[in-house]
Design a protein around this ligand. Structure first.
Ligand SMILES: [Ca+2]
Ligand SMILES: [Ca+2]
Ligand SMILES: [Ca+2]
Length: 120
């Protein structure tokens, strides 16, 4: 059922978006591949891309490269990203909705682990 919904969304969005040209965006900051979860050091999908993973997990953001540094998120998956303040999915912070992009996290520089799953 998820796949059907997603396919429907893609079909709806693809026609107008294609005229803009996705080719030029593929290399740009802020692009996260379909079904993946990406997180950046800075707002607006800029700076180091500390996270670029297949939606799933649990994932522990690297202590030297990402812990307490994440400022923007692109959830290019049909799952929720559940974010945590500490390692090992402790200290619940909040959720990113399916296919939601957040240019400035409301809790900036706090996330240390997360999981992508089908509920918040
Ligand atoms: Ca971590
Ligand atoms: Ca940051
Ligand atoms: Ca933290």
């Amino acid at each position: 059922m998820l796949a059907k919904t997603k396919a429907g969304l893609v079909a709806l969005l693809a026609v107008p978006a294609l005229t803009v040209g996705f080719a030029g965006q593929a290399q740009a900051d802020g692009y996260c591949g379909a079904g993946r979860v990406c997180m950046w050091e800075d707002g607006n999908y800029e700076g180091s891309r500390y996270v670029d993973v297949t939606a799933g997990g649990p994932y522990d953001i690297d202590g030297w490269n990402g812990d307490n540094e994440i400022s923007s998120v692109d959830n290019a998956s049909g799952l929720y990203i559940v974010m945590y303040d500490n390692d090992n999915l402790t200290g619940f912070m909040g959720c990113v909705q399916p296919h939601q992009r957040i240019p400035e996290l409301w809790r900036n520089d706090e996330m240390e682990s997360f999981i992508a799953r089908d509920f918040c």
